[in-house]
Write a protein that binds this ligand. Structure first.
Ligand code: ADP
Length: 348
């Protein structure tokens, strides 16, 4: 059974849709990354999931809404803000105060402080903490009741690179113990290393919901790169072979990029036609490329692109796919994309 089941979550502020009917599952034993441009509705969704905002839809944790749990801390740990602390109470007392109503013993307070690396500053007031230390204290609070589910809004904010590395390992190890971890982040490279599964939204609506590999696999940025002194000749042959399925670009005088034909097929085509090849490689889209491609027209706040000035890097081939800046609707996702009304939430 899925631990978190969100169905039809929706919320509008003053007639403007913030979250437009989101349905998804978060499975035990996985880190599910929650991605979307600024203003996409991630924080609002997380608040709706926990019943902290009024809106439509339901969200259950092992079949029950968060607010129905007698001691919710023992089931769901959440960090939605980095520094919601009393200014003078010490970190240890802050956690003891949170622990008491749920019957969590004091020794657990010191245990979680150690776990998040704040053991040495347990007697200090959080008002003296950096943003990163505040994040760690928030995480300690979320872990107090040893919950099976974690909901974390941008927990890497304010952490230094070592802190981010530590957070990634911690979340992965918590998931490997069978917990469900739902985490939003704008750090896409971190998310690529941390998450198994992605829920991607734009302007409050679902863009993609599925395993992270599927997300990058369907990007048009995946391509085969070929360097050859007979680029024009090879491009023409590949074009004939593709017959409209895929694309081939003469990226520079000696570089051809191909979408829709794999490296083996291109190598064989070159060999059969006596074309000399200096480099032949498959280039995978990064999570960032796939994300930008899918959410390009979903940003609430868009900067105006500066006028083109020529690349300072000389022979950079243009990426295959649509030219940069062309605003296209996100391509339909072949793996679990859903409309806002999908009652199954694209769940697999
Ligand atoms: P994200 O977390 O993805 O950056 P949010 O959930 O914070 O997005 O915001 C989603 C949308 O809802 C944005 O357009 C934002 O301006 C709007 N919004 C969020 N909170 C409020 C609020 N308290 N009052 C009015 N509008 C809000």
């Amino acid at each position: 059974m899925a631990v978190i089941q969100a169905r039809g979550l929706a919320k509008a502020y003053g007639g403007k849709t913030a979250v437009g009917g989101l349905s998804f599952d978060v499975l035990p034993g996985t880190v599910t990354g929650f991605l979307g441009p600024n203003g996409a509705g991630k924080s609002t969704t997380m608040r709706l999931m926990l019943g902290l905002d009024r809106g439509q839809g339901t969200c259950t944790f092992d079949g029950k809404p968060f607010t129905d749990y007698h001691q919710p801390m023992r089931h769901v740990g959440a960090v939605l803000e980095a520094k919601p602390f009393h200014p003078t109470r010490t970190a240890r007392n802050h956690l003891r105060m949170l622990a008491a109503p749920s019957g969590v013993p004091d020794h657990r307070v010191d245990e979680v402080l150690g776990l998040v690396g704040l053991g040495d500053v347990a007697g200090k007031a959080p008002s003296t903490f950096s943003l990163g230390m505040g994040q760690r204290l928030g995480l300690a609070a979320a872990l107090l009741g040893n919950p099976h589910t974690l909901i974390l809004d941008e927990p890497a904010n304010g952490l230094d690179p070592q802190g981010i590395h530590w957070l990634r390992n911690l979340l992965r190890s918590l998931a490997s113990e069978g917990r469900s971890v739902f985490v939003s982040s704008h750090l896409l490279s971190e998310m690529a290393l941390m998450a198994d599964h992605l829920v991607v939204i734009g302007r409050g609506h679902m863009i993609a919901n599925g395993p992270i590999e599927d997300f990058t696999k369907q990007s048009t940025r995946n391509h085969v790169f070929v360097r050859t002194p007979q680029a024009r000749e090879l491009a023409a042959l590949v074009g004939q072979r593709l017959a409209g399925e895929g694309s081939v670009q003469l990226a520079s005088a000696d570089v051809v990029t191909v979408v829709g034909l794999d490296a083996e097929a291109i190598g064989a085509l070159a060999f059969d036609n006596g074309i000399r090849v200096h480099e032949l490689s498959t280039r995978q889209a990064t999570l960032e490329e796939a994300f930008l491609e899918m959410t390009g027209n979903m940003q609430e706040f868009q900067a105006v692109a500066p006028p083109p000035q020529g690349s300072p890097y000389g022979q950079q081939p243009p990426p295959p796919g649509p030219p940069p800046g062309s605003e296209q609707p996100p391509p339909p996702s072949s793996y679990g994309e859903q409309g806002p009304q999908d009652p199954n939430g694209g769940a697999r």
